[in-house]
Structures are given as structure tokens and as C-alpha cells.
Design a protein around this ligand. Structure first.
Ligand code: 2NL
Length: 348
């Protein structure tokens, strides 16, 4: 068989193998075995030295043509396999955009935070500042400055978590107000503030008591502040939280830090004052304590009682939330069970 026939046969066999190949490894093997340095075409070209000189260019040219064609077909086949591979991959990775997506769990403010936010918003709108302070407090600010001297019987009324003789967990947020009053420059205008936050009492936890709960206290000090200013402010709180139709009433009471002092009831939002289980048939629910700031408290904070006076109040966001949403156990707020907390959606 002459070289030309041999080359033709190599070509046909090569083309057949290439057409059967279905992966890139096979293509690579065929390329190396056909066209490589040790392959049959190189072999044929090496054998040309035995040919007649006039035959050599023809056979050389033919061998080159075959090598070029096989190279071209190999490249085409390689591209075809790559396209098929890519198509299969795309098919496998197709995303069905009509499938329902995974729901993202969105958190929300704790119900107590929601009540506090609502009251903060009301007071910010009236030009009050919202002031924070330490939860670990000095005896001086928590008791002494609020007209509760060391041997005052009211100190027994509230059992306190003491850390040292002078350090304690605050039992109310009034120490924040005492601190603010002390540094306030009254020549620059009145003091109008609320202080929301956590407070602590040495109580045994039950349905209506928690050793840690919340308080919002409010304080206004200016010239010519009267009890009518206090009543209007308290009325607004009651209406903001319990509804526009609510009325309030004030009963005389006693707090060491206010004189006179009052307890404030809101007309029952459940029965509209007719009498029901929520208001224990009285038509009224106790929601706040308040009064005119005691002169001793003002004096201890360095405020001139001849010129300035003010009112103060205190309320419990926990109690507000329990009343508003019919929660019968204060401990629910602190268990942090999302099944309970998720019931209070911010959107209502
Ligand atoms: C309650 C209601 C109250 C105050 C808190 C207060 C704060 C300063 C001065 C005077 Cl700095 N008063 N806070 C006043 C009245 C009531 O809380 O039921 N407390 C036991």
C-alpha cells in the first residue's frame, strides 16, 4: 500500500472515531494519538525520505491537508461537545421563578416597647425630651433626692435589690429625673421630660408581680404650672393608649415625692363606664399616679421653689399592655415566647 492510501485510511478512521466521540477526554486522546509527535501521520512524513524526490512534495502536501482537516474536524467536534455540555448544565440549573419563595421571618418590637414608643411619640410631639439613665443607681438619687430619707417608712414599702449600702437596682425611673433636674439650666427654659425604662423590685414573681418591669415617669418644671396642666396631660395619655372617648378622674393619694398627690382612673374602655369584669363593676380602672412635685424634691435638686414648680407622674407600660390587650399574667412579657409576642403585630 502506498503512502497516499495509508494516509487516506488514517483519515477515514480518524473521522469515524471523531464522529463517535462524545466527551472531551476522547477528543483529546484522538488528537494526541492521530496528530501527536509519535502519531501515524508524523510517522508517514518521516517515511518520505524513502520516496522518489519528485513524489515527496505531493505526498507532503497531501499529508498536510489531511492533518489540517483532522485538526479542523477535531476543533468542531470539541465545540459541539462543549455546547451540549453547557446546554445540559443550563437545563439542570434552571430556576422555576413561579415557585413560591422562602418567607423571611420579620421581627417586630416587643409589645412593651410598642407601648413605650407610642407614649414617647405623644410626648416628643409636645416638646418633651426622652431621657435615659443608669439601672444600677445610687441610693442618693433613687431615694434621698425624692424625699425618701434613710429612715422613711416608704423605703420599706418597696423592697429593693441592694448591691452595696449605696448602690441598688433602681426601683423607679425618677432618679433619671432627679439627675436631669439637678443639671438643668432654668434660665434657658422649662424642663419637660419623660424617662422610660426598666425598674426592679424585690418581689416574688406571680401573675401580677415581676421583679423587673417597666416605668415611664414624666416631669414638667416651669413658672405657673398648675394641676390643670397635669390633668390635661394625663387625659392625653389615657386617650392615646385607651381610645379617644376615654375620660379620667383624679382621687387624692399619697406619694413622698409629690404634694398634693393623686391616683388617676380611666373610664373603662371595655364597657364604657357601665361596669364589667375588667373594671370590676366600678366603670373605672386605675392607671396612673401623679401629683405636684414636692418642694423638698425641688430644693434638693437646687430649683428655686419661689419661682418654679411642676408636676410629675408615673405609669407602668406592663400594666397598660395587660389592660389594653387582656393579658392576665405579667410574666408573659418576660418569657419571650414568640407565639405570645407575635400576636402583637405593629401593623395592628
Ligand atoms: C406611682 C406613680 C409617680 C412620680 C411618680 C416623680 C418624679 C420626680 C418628682 C416627683 Cl423627679 N415625682 N414621679 C410622681 C408621682 C407618681 O409614680 O404609682 N408611683 C409609685
Amino acid at each position: 500500500m502506498d503512502l497516499k492510501d495509508k494516509l487516506n485510511e488514517l483519515k477515514e478512521k480518524g473521522l469515524e472515531n471523531i464522529s463517535k466521540a462524545d466527551n472531551l477526554d476522547t477528543i483529546n486522546q484522538i488528537r494526541v494519538s492521530l496528530l501527536g509527535k509519535k502519531g501515524p501521520i508524523t510517522e508517514v512524513l518521516r517515511g518520505m525520505k524513502d520516496l522518489e524526490p519528485q513524489e515527496r512534495p505531493k505526498v507532503g502536501q497531501f499529508a498536510n491537508e489531511i492533518r489540517d482537516e483532522l485538526t479542523k474536524v477535531l476543533a468542531e467536534k470539541k465545540e459541539e461537545i462543549e455546547l451540549i455540555k453547557m446546554a445540559k448544565k443550563l437545563e439542570k440549573e434552571t430556576i422555576d421563578v413561579t415557585l413560591p419563595g422562602k418567607k423571611v421571618q420579620q421581627g417586630q418590637s416587643h409589645i412593651i416597647t410598642q407601648v413605650i414608643d407610642e407614649i414617647e411619640k405623644l410626648f416628643i410631639g409636645m416638646g418633651y425630651q426622652v431621657v435615659d439613665g443608669p439601672e444600677v443607681e445610687e441610693d442618693h438619687y433613687n431615694f434621698e433626692m425624692l424625699n425618701l430619707p434613710k429612715d422613711h417608712p416608704a423605703r420599706d414599702m418597696q423592697d429593693t435589690f441592694y448591691i452595696t449600702d449605696n448602690l441598688l437596682m433602681r426601683t423607679q425611673t425618677s432618679p433619671v429625673q432627679a439627675r436631669t433636674m439637678e443639671i438643668h439650666d432654668f434660665t434657658q427654659g422649662p424642663l419637660k421630660m419623660i424617662s422610660p425604662g426598666k425598674v426592679y423590685r424585690r418581689d416574688t414573681d406571680d401573675a401580677t408581680h415581676s421583679h423587673q418591669f417597666h416605668q415611664i415617669e414624666g416631669l414638667v418644671i416651669d413658672k405657673n404650672i398648675t394641676m390643670a396642666d397635669l390633668k390635661g396631660t394625663l387625659q392625653l395619655i389615657a386617650q392615646t393608649i385607651f381610645g379617644e372617648d376615654r375620660e379620667i378622674r383624679m382621687r387624692p393619694s399619697y406619694f413622698p415625692f409629690t404634694e398634693p398627690s393623686a391616683e388617676i382612673d380611666v373610664s373603662c374602655f371595655k364597657c364604657n363606664g357601665q361596669g364589667c369584669s375588667v373594671c370590676k363593676n366600678t366603670g373605672w380602672i386605675e392607671v396612673l399616679g401623679a401629683g405636684m412635685v414636692h418642694p423638698n424634691v425641688l430644693k434638693m435638686a437646687g430649683v428655686d421653689t419661689e419661682v418654679y414648680g411642676g408636676f410629675a407622674f408615673g405609669l407602668g407600660p406592663d400594666r397598660f399592655a395587660m389592660l389594653k390587650y387582656g393579658v392576665d399574667d405579667i410574666r408573659q412579657f418576660y418569657l419571650n415566647d414568640v407565639r405570645f409576642l407575635n400576636q402583637f403585630s405593629v401593623k395592628g
